[in-house]
Design a protein. Structure first.
Length: 406
């Protein structure tokens, strides 16, 4: 099932030798003792091992105390990748209209209503033109003045988009989308990029036609020394070569910036005004310069405040009600977008409690907002509707109405 190596691609299947080794590793990692299987009796009354039992016994002897070989069904559950030639793509279809519904419910909170948001992750949509669809090469990728690189600008195989959504999205519940919804979300993204019309139905039968309209379908190259191509054929060297240095080594250049003390917090905390992922980070200007030292894993970049995606320990709250609410807060994935005492993607719970403290019906109102979601009150990133038990939503709302433990 290996693919030809004429072009390299991050989602290409592994070569057969590597896949065989991976399958063996999976077989070794499936834990559990080999269970005795029922076997027919010989005429003498002794048990005659069935073929499956004999194979299990051989495997147990080969890997004592480790486990058993993976079954075909277990291997199939892992073997879900989709190749650029669409091998591995399951049959199915999805409409742009259905994709919009799924997007707004499960994707827009991180990527924006139209896929253009740069607040959480890099934008999905933008930077491509109808001329790019015609030529198959995104012109702005060679334009240094263009401010960023979106997913659709870089995407060279629609199979990569389908495969990534299928295995990794939504961020807080990967592999939870049905095959139909994966087709639908893929179709909606392609529609937002003007690759397919709004009445389009993407399916396994027409996805190869869509590939021929992808804006950057001609954007791959092997001229980089990392894969057989023109560079390697002409005697070139991979671009990872370096020279060993033990003495008199060149000092690594470090580029940094700093804020004057008098202006350090003049416009609020910069760490709270930048995205939590990616290279664009900001210094925590509420702390003195010495505390916000350079480093934090990025050479020359100021150390940003650590993203607060988890609530404080229950021990620091007042009473068992707060502890129970914090448990629900974590159980239902609220920590993906909120923290108790500081802004993450959405507002802190303390901010929410303070905003609605004067409402007499605040508990019921907040419960309805938790279940129904919404947008516009705290910014343009929407909060999707939540499928949590009504009683849990009410408990969280009462906790907020009481001040969120503060």
């Amino acid at each position: 099932m290996s693919s030809s190596p004429e072009r390299c691609h991050p989602r290409r299947r592994l070569p057969c030798s590597v896949r065989t080794a991976a399958a063996l590793l999976l077989a070794l990692c499936v834990t559990g003792a080999v269970q005795a299987q029922s076997a027919p009796k010989a005429s003498s009354g002794t048990a005659v091992p069935a073929p499956a039992a004999r194979q299990a016994a051989v495997a147990a002897a080969a890997y004592p105390g480790i486990g058993r070989p993976a079954t075909p069904a277990e291997i199939a559950a892992w073997d879900i990748d989709v190749r650029p030639d669409f091998k591995g793509l399951p049959p199915g279809s999805g409409t742009v209209a259905r994709g919009m519904e799924v997007w707004e419910a499960k994707c827009a909170s991180c990527h924006g209503i139209f896929g253009e948001s740069n607040e959480v992750f890099a934008p999905v949509i933008g930077g491509t033109t109808k001329d790019d669809i015609r030529t198959g090469r995104v012109k702005r990728l060679t334009d240094d003045s263009f401010p960023g690189r979106t997913t659709m600008m870089k995407l060279s195989n629609v199979s990569t988009l389908w495969d990534y959504i299928n295995r990794a999205m939504p961020w807080n519940a990967p592999k939870s989308l049905s095959t139909t919804d994966v087709y639908a979300v893929t179709a909606y993204i392609l529609n937002m990029a003007e690759v397919v019309p709004e009445n389009y139905t993407l399916s396994h039968t027409n996805i190869a036609e869509v590939q021929q309209r992808l804006p950057n379908r001609q954007g791959m190259t092997t001229d980089h020394g990392m894969w057989p191509g023109r560079t390697m054929v002409n005697g070139g060297k991979p671009d990872v070569r370096t020279t060993a240095c033990m003495v008199n080594c060149a000092t690594e250049a470090k580029v940094a910036s700093f804020l004057p003390d008098h202006a350090r917090n003049a416009h609020g905390n910069l760490a709270e005004q930048n995205r939590l992922v990616g290279p664009q980070v900001g210094a925590d200007t509420t702390r003195p310069p010495a505390a916000a030292a350079l480093g934090a894993g990025r050479t020359g970049a100021p150390a940003a405040a650590a993203p607060a995606v988890a609530p404080p320990a229950p021990g620091g709250t007042a009473g068992g009600a707060s502890a129970a609410a914090l448990a629900l807060f974590a159980k239902h994935g609220c920590t993906a977008c909120h923290a108790v005492d500081r802004k993450v993607l959405g507002p802190s719970m303390v901010e929410v409690a303070r905003k609605y403290a004067s409402r007499a019906d605040r508990a019921d109102y907040l419960a309805s907002r938790i279940v129904g979601g919404g947008a516009g009150v705290w910014g343009q990133i929407p909060m999707p509707a939540q499928t949590i038990p009504k009683a849990d939503a009410q408990s969280l709302a009462q906790w907020l109405a009481a001040g969120a433990g503060k």
